[in-house]
Design a protein around this ligand. Structure first.
Ligand code: ADP
Ligand code: MG
Length: 572
């Protein structure tokens, strides 16, 4: 610490570049070690990357707070939130030009994701954060830097990273709430379920930009209908009752504005764990549930969409369908096939965001436009095969297309935000009022063909530098291109987007994308790498482990690669 103070006072008033001598060094403080991984080039550039490590003899976290690994994820998330809160409390904030004087740490939302902002193990707890090294113009403010690193930082560490300083009950509640969700999610499949929503859950959010729950006095709490009521066992909080959605085909029906999409949205997001008090901390869905929607304008590269679309005019091949600007129906077909290729097990769809001609062709249309004049095989004719042949379930919000009653295993009606089971009524209506439509398919779904990405079609460079950068949640700059992720709705956090970008770079650098491996093999290898070595393994520079990654699923990594406009694949 003395050494750090000396360096800072010796460079006070000098050019900003003199901060660089701190890079790669580490300093011993009474309670912790400070690592300076990266120093920014100027006060306006991306901030410097630092880390503090507190050894467990000081930090004192009991083993049961971070083992098994799901607890490490939960505790890391908790400590990141605390650290973030304490920055506001103990750091003075902006002082000087540009980002001068600021401390930052990754900021989790309602989800509890595996992150690199914090690591905890039997030896130490380590926080990775960002600092704007202070300057006046481009001159070093040595005294301010010393104030930040030798006065404020120790307060931050003391208040955030020592077990004795933290509210133990709240901490363990956070950890156990997360572990309960993980366990419930892992038990879904043995119970034949694809999702579970506990009684009392609050599903609606405050707004599109505020993901906190709608306040209790404005929200109708979820209450399971008795026909789908199941009980789940949680390791820490005991039994809980709620609605189990069985495998197969499930429809969510009901009048407009009665909470259908809100329920579906909760299922989409409950592939992730949520924080206590989120309202969805007892909602879990299959870890491989994937939101499907129409996405006209997206690029598609050699996807076998022939289960849904064939016989295009002029004999275009739909078993290797490519398009720079897919239509509503072809994009939705490609989204489904790609999800299946990447390991998707449950498809989540909302009629609102689907292409009508992809979803349904009713009797009258079948009579007017004969099958041999219609390339599209509507989803209704494949939905049962998907389950029977491939074991893939679908949860579908339907407001208008009653023909789907014929193919549903379960029908849930939302009325004033409360669910009721109406499967029997829907069957009876099917019987009394036949849709009259004919099934327009062969009796097999068909194979999902593997695709092999070609390394040469990825170019992360812009000029002579690699330029791969998350811009918010929804856009990933990749070299000269942008990967548009707006419609990949289960990417929730900009740190996931950032990780997706660096995962792709990693796969290129390490020759995982080698012209032989299939896309599914590549994303599978990435998943095992992260399981084995942690998420920081994807950092471009191992000496500068980044603290701002959150883990994306293989499904989202594949989705991003599939949306790269330059992507070329070979099909097997
Ligand atoms: P639908 O898809 O059936 O048209 P939405 O799910 O979009 O309906 O919900 C309509 C509105 O009702 C939204 O503003 C939503 O926030 C609100 N809402 C949804 N569920 C609840 C609930 N359980 N309690 C209170 N408001 C809700
Ligand atoms: Mg809706």
């Amino acid at each position: 610490m003395k050494q750090l103070q000396q360096i800072l006072s010796s460079i006070d008033g000098k050019g900003y570049k003199s901060y660089k001598q701190l890079q790669g060094k580490h300093f011993n403080f009474p309670d912790f070690e400070l690592y300076v991984h990266y120093i920014q080039g100027d006060p306006f550039a991306a901030p410097s990357q630092l880390a503090v490590r507190v050894y467990q003899d000081r930090a004192g976290f009991p083993e049961e707070s971070y083992q098994p690994p799901i607890r490490e994820t939960a505790l890391s998330d908790y400590l990141t939130r605390i650290f973030h809160r304490n920055i506001k409390k103990f750091a003075r904030g902006s002082r000087g030009s540009g980002k001068s004087g600021s401390f930052q740490i990754d900021r989790p939302g309602q989800e509890v994701l595996e992150r690199t902002s914090m690591t905890i193990n039997e030896k130490y707890v380590e926080a990775r954060f960002f600092v704007g090294m202070p300057a006046a113009g481009r001159r070093v403010l040595g005294r301010e830097a010393a104030e930040m690193l030798t006065e404020e930082l120790p307060k931050l560490v003391k208040s955030s990273l020592l077990y004795s300083a933290l509210p133990g009950k709240e901490l363990f509640n956070h950890v156990y709430t997360v572990e309960d969700q993980e366990v419930m999610r892992n038990r879904l499949s043995e119970k034949g379920l694809v999702a579970f929503i506990a009684d009392g859950s609050i599903l609606p959010r405050r707004s599109g930009v505020d993901q906190r729950p709608l306040p209790a006095d404005k929200a109708v709490a979820f209450q399971a209908p008795s026909d789908l009521e199941v009980e789940m066992d949680r390791p820490h909080s005991g039994k809980v009752r709620g609605m189990g959605i069985p495998e197969g085909v499930t429809l969510i029906v009901g009048g407009g504005y009665h909470g259908k999409s809100t329920l579906l949205r909760a299922l989409e997001q409950s592939v992730y764990n949520h924080i206590p008090e989120d309202g969805r901390e007892n909602v879990v869905s299959d870890p491989a549930a994937f939101k499907i929607r129409a996405e006209d304008g997206r690029r598609v590269e050699k996807v076998n969409i022939s289960p849904f679309i064939s016989n295009l005019p002029f004999g275009q091949d739909t078993s290797r369908f490519s398009s720079d600007e897919a239509s509503g129906s072809t994009s939705q077909a490609a989204n489904i096939i790609e999800a299946l290729e990447a390991g998707g097990r449950v498809l989540l769809m909302d009629e609102d965001t689907s292409a009508t001609n992809f979803m349904i062709r009713d009797m009258r249309m079948q009579l007017l436009v004969a099958k041999d004049r219609e390339p599209i095989t509507p989803f209704i004719d494949r939905i049962e095969q998907l389950y029977r042949d491939l074991g893939v379930s679908t949860i579908l919000v339907i407001g208008g297309a009653g023909d789907y009653f014929d193919v549903a295993n379960n029908v849930i009606m939302m009325h004033v935000y409360s669910p009721a089971v109406v499967t029997g009524e829907a069957r009876e209506i099917s019987r009394l009022h036949p849709s009259g439509r004919r099934q327009e398919t062969g009796d097999k779904f068909g194979e999902i063909r593997d695709r092999v990405p070609q390394a040469g079609s990825f170019n992360p460079y812009k000029g002579r530098k690699i330029k791969v950068k998350a811009q918010g949640v929804d856009n990933l700059q990749f070299g000269k291109d942008d990967i548009d992720l707006h419609q990949v709705e289960q990417i929730m956090d900009p740190s996931q987007t950032r990780a997706v970008g660096d995962v792709i770079c990693y796969a290129l650098r390490e020759k995982m994308i080698d012209g032989n491996k299939t896309l599914a093999e590549i994303t599978g290898e990435i998943d095992s790498l992260i399981d084995r070595e942690g998420l920081e393994a994807i950092s471009p520079n191992p000496k500068q482990p980044r603290g701002d990654y959150a883990r994306p699923r293989a499904l989202e990594i594949a989705a991003a690669i599939n949306r790269l406009r330059t992507l070329k694949v070979e099909t097997k």
